[in-house]
Design a binder for this molecule. Sequence first.
Ligand SMILES: Nc1ncnc2c1ncn2[C@@H]1O[C@H](COP(=O)(O)OP(=O)(O)O)[C@@H](O)[C@H]1O
Ligand SMILES: [Mg+2]
Length: 292
Amino acid sequence: MIQMGLIELSGVSFAYPNGTQALSGIDFSVGAGERVAVLGPNGAGKSTLFQLFNGLLLPAAGIVTVNGRLVEKAYLKEVRRMIGMVFQDPDDQLFSSTVRQEIAYGLINLGLAGDRMEEAIAWALQMVGLSGYENKSPFNLSGGEKKRVALASVLAMRPEILVLDEPTAALDPIGAAKIIRLLNHINVELGITLVFSTHDVDAVPLLADRVYLMDKGEISLSGPTAKVFSRRDLIRAHNLRLPRVAHLAELLARDGDYRFPVLPLTIGQAKKMLLDSEDRDEIDVLAINRNV
Ligand SMILES: Nc1ncnc2c1ncn2[C@@H]1O[C@H](COP(=O)(O)OP(=O)(O)O)[C@@H](O)[C@H]1O
Ligand SMILES: [Mg+2]
């Protein structure tokens, strides 16, 4: 069955008014329920691409459709309700003096009021693990908390698709791990489609089924996460690297110490492969070395 992507870009190009060609000939598709990463170095065009999804920018050439319908003026209101955008810098998104007002803003626009609005606010805060933060000022929160408030304000409007620009950027390791767990929970429990940009290669295998590798305004490579990371040459050619654990696996294989059946991309995958391995001696060696 041929299924139209929820978000579909075909032959899309875009240039900024100063002449910078930010996107050239982009073909891009996201299916319902998918978790899709747009991986690329700074300046690749990731943020520009995301602004084309909901008509914040319009293409110079090519076609952008959401749910099979062309993104144009008459469709913008509906598209912006379907697609929840979380910006890279929460300070660009947050402007109210309390967390409650921040989340209420979008809900009031949707016509919610009274108990229904309070319920939606409480639900969204509970989803992001910030229950009880209603009366705090967003500006006094930590970077990770600000990101979660921005996410709650978008989530409260019950989008079908969450588009997140660099969701783990500028977070400490705990904050990044929390947001990854939270986004996976949102995808699984609420069935919300995820599209996110990043240059954090360690986050990608934890949060993406499929990857678009992007550089200089073009898609260099796309496919299932494992397949994209198997193209080490291309990953490195675009100023990115393998996940740390994959690099370790590469070194062990190169030196003839240990060979994983397939390249592990997460610590969890590596652990499972080691425990499932027939070759227990190899594991013992690793276990001993780890305890030194
Ligand atoms: N408002 C703008 N005006 C002019 N050029 C821009 C603007 N925003 C981004 N660019 C340029 O467009 C290209 C893509 O930028 P961007 O989409 O922000 O990349 P990424 O998000 O991958 O870092 C870069 O060359 C950047 O300098
Ligand atoms: Mg960007």
